[in-house]
Ligand binder design. Sequence first.
Ligand code: CA2
Length: 144
Amino acid sequence: MTNTIYVLNGPNLNLLGMREPEIYGTDTLDDIAGMLEDRGRELGLEIDMRQSNHEGHLVDWLHEAQAEGAKAVLLNAGAYTHTSIALHDAIKSIRTPVIEVHLSDPETREPFRHVSYVGMAAMDCVKGLGARSYVVALEKAAAL
Ligand code: CA2
């Protein structure tokens, strides 16, 4: 196993910080990557942060995380959280631990966000803390 943590981000998260700051905060994905690099350095972890608007890329990267011996995956699948049986199956198909991450708390929002196919397969979830959700999830991954 390596000390690399894959941090996978799904659709629209490339636009973070530009709209709906009251829900998602003002940090961009690059800002979050910087926070994770800093905390990762303290924890002795390498961060491999990626974003895609395409479901299949996220599936491929979950498989890659296992093939490359990643220590864990932090996954904010965006709206695919609530729709994707493919991501659910991909998480189940790998032995690499996957922690679900959300900036907001989807369960306090519209009913269509209350189901998480990712959460049904992931080992843990950190949500509702804004950018800090990612840092707390990284700390949980470090302890695995
Ligand atoms: O709270 C989260 O992290 C979410 O995963 C964000 C997703 C949403 O579909 C999930 O229910 C919860 C949406 C990400 C949308 O990103 C935006 C970026 C810029 C402006 C508006 C939205």
